[in-house]
Design a protein around this ligand. Sequence first.
Ligand code: 13P
Length: 287
Amino acid sequence: MLVSAKEMVEKAHAGHYAIPAFNTNNLEWTKCILAGVQEAQSPTIIQVSEGAAKYMGGFKVVADLVKNLYEAMGITVPVALHLDHGTFEGAKKCIEVGFTSVMFDGSHFDFDENVAKSKEIIALAHSKGISVECEVGGIGGVEDGVASAGELADPAECKAVAELGVDFLAAGIGNIHGPYPADWKGLNFERLDEIDKAVNGKPLVLHGGSGIPFEQVHKAVTLGVSKVNINTELQLEFAAATRKYIEAGSDLKGKGYDPRKVLKPGCDAITAKVVELCKAFGSAGKA
Ligand code: 13P
């Protein structure tokens, strides 16, 4: 059975490690992520953006898919299904159709509206035992076509949203979605420290987890980060392995297209990366 993310993230916060939250995009990715976390014996969050959910056939398809794969594959580690960067309407829909965790991202609203809407989603989700992530300030880069400037979140705003009873909080600290540019300045630990003190023990979420040097992730964990989001890194792994297979092989020539063969190298690469990241974030063996 899929579980809320609250308990696993709080345990990680207390135990000074991070739960990896992997974005899925389709059936194969979901299977490969589940295989990886089972191998690593890691609790995990499988998350989906609204764009990816639309591609997969809608929120209910995603919920049914993840639930069924969890059972069919005999997975025993705790897994939460989470909406990533949800809209107000999207979060409500996911609460209805079987997600066990949702993010409401109201960071593009003015602060009062973000607070009012966050409050409503928290009350609704909590009445059903579903965990909630909210966001303060933008995270840089592009997420589902929506770009934000990557500001540093305001600690006073983080404190106000933490006090609403959110389960974990995403706050910009110089992190960005997508690949990091060569001149990236790194995470802003001074700001993270201020936010961590302001939110008084509330677990924090590091978006844009792909490509952040592990030492920086480890330092962030000592300052309250307990969930690290990974999307781009799995995409890059998948693409590289698939490219290599196609360039080297002749399977595609004259034999038609068998997705079971063509997608396998990419899928295996995702599973291997998932295991590696669970070990790096300290969640391996914590199931
Ligand atoms: P990356 O694509 O940079 O890994 O970020 C993922 C993320 O933060 C999803 O919300």
